[in-house]
Design a protein around this ligand. Sequence first.
Ligand code: ATP
Ligand code: MG
Length: 610
Amino acid sequence: MMNKVGFFRSIQLKFIIIYILLLILAVQVIGSFFTNRLEDDLTTTFKQSINERVEMLSYNLEQAFIRDRSEEDPSLEQEIQTIIDDVNTDNLATTIHVYDNQRRTLGTNRIDGRSEIGRKTTDIDVRNTLLFDKSQQKPYFDRETDSRVYVHVEPLVGDEGNTVGAIQFKASMEEVYDQIEGINNIFLQGSILAISISAILGILVARTITKPIQEMREQALIMSNGDFTQQLEIYGRDEIGQLAEAFNDLNSRLKHSYATIEEERRKLSSVLSYMSDGVIATDESGAVTLMNDAAARMIGLNPDDVIGEDLIDVLKLEEKVVDISKLPDSGSIIIDFSDEETPFIIRANFSTVVDEEEETTGFITVISDVTEQEKIDQERRDFVSNVSHELRTPLTTMKSYLEALSDGAWENKEIAPRFLEVTQKETDRMIRMVNDLLQLSKMDSDELPMHKERTEFMSYVHQVLDRYEMNLPETITLERNIPKGKSFVWMDRDKITQVFDNIITNAFKYSPEGGKVRVNLDVRRHIVIISILDEGVGIPYDKLDKIFDRFYRADRARTRKLGGTGLGLAITKELVEAHHGKIWAQSKEGRGTTILFTLPLMGSKRGKGK
Ligand code: ATP
Ligand code: MG
């Protein structure tokens, strides 16, 4: 993520460019002002010197014109030539011409111009000067010599104030311009040097500004990755230094709040992962954004696979809801996740997550496993319906018999006792059932008092079985297989007697052809296993577990005839478990049944065991 700013886009370059542009501008302004003044000064001095020389010359020449000459005196032309030749013209390009008032050349300083002497000139300046008696001074570009020259034409005035001639002085200005150019060159070199030095200085200055900025940028990138351990170096107390300080301050504040957020997040995530309820969070469209382990376990999906999926699909709610936003209003929804083997029911509660503006930003779904609860609810419903059903049958029977009796059957000496017998039997049955239910309900709420005492088990079982032998059905023989010796059990004698009672009564009851009923005692190290075998109708394999359920009867038609309510084994199981034992059944259909249960033995030492 640390993409560097290219040099060509950097502030540093902008600084340098602005800096150099400003310098160039300054140099330009200074330069043009300087060259203008220089040119002015130099040309003015030049012109002044020319003018002075012309003034001198014209004075001498005027004297020559005015002078009265005798025979032996040199002629005007000769004198003029002498005056001109006396003029020191260090430059070959400087020409001097003298004309009379008829524009005839009287003299020149040029060796090659001697032929011109005596000829009339066509020079416009000379003509104008003579015509208007006015001095002409101007620079112009001489095509012949390809150079800039300065021309000064001055009228020569005689003693009567009349124009007697003119002097033309032409001087090359090239030297002046060369000089100007030379100076300009020096100035240019100086400027370039100054700009280069300033540019280097500029780079250094810009770097002192951009370096801390660059460092701040890197720091910001580090911070955006969640690393708040680094601090910026502060280079000075200027604005950038203060900015860096503010940056460091921001860094430590962020570090603090980041740590707080991180801690909250950790707390939340450990709460989420340790809570037994499942939590699923979604965004406002219903796409799953978070799911804790409990939820994943309940739904049976990997949390990573579910992220981004639609909540309605995940919870298999297609048939129940269409619009996710309606879910929170619907309270809780019971969803059946059962498969063929295991029942599994969950309850889902929905709530909306809103931001400060009360806009919905997502939904939270809490799901809990209510299979057990649903099972209990179902059992309770079944129980109530079973109880009412079981009570209604004897009541309707009694009602019809009683009706028959009151309709006149009571007078019939043969029928009346039989009818009364039936109602009595039904009443007994109801009382027995109500007593059974009462006992079960007491055991459910742990209210059935137990009077446990140390009991020698072998002799106890003999006693119980002896009682049965007294009034055994004719078709049945009762065998016992009880080892010798003594074993002690901490138990409530009456309750265990009830256990034997229920099991042995069943064995008789479900053995219509009679046969053997055998009671075995198997003494192990810590437990005694009691098994009661019969040779009766047996129980189908898939119903073996269920016979211990309340109201369960393997064969409804037969048991009804035999008068059972299906509570006997349920009570038996509760009683055995109240003595810390186990009970189970083995059976072959049509061949017989074995009911087995265990009781813990007391240690050989005297005292209370478990
Ligand atoms: P009661 O409440 O009068 O005992 P019940 O005998 O029908 O009624 P349980 O003793 O709880 O009820 O027995 C439940 C069911 O298990 C019986 O209805 C019967 O179908 C089956 N069962 C129990 N013992 C045997 C057995 N020894 N042989 C075959 N079936 C049995
Ligand atoms: Mg029974």
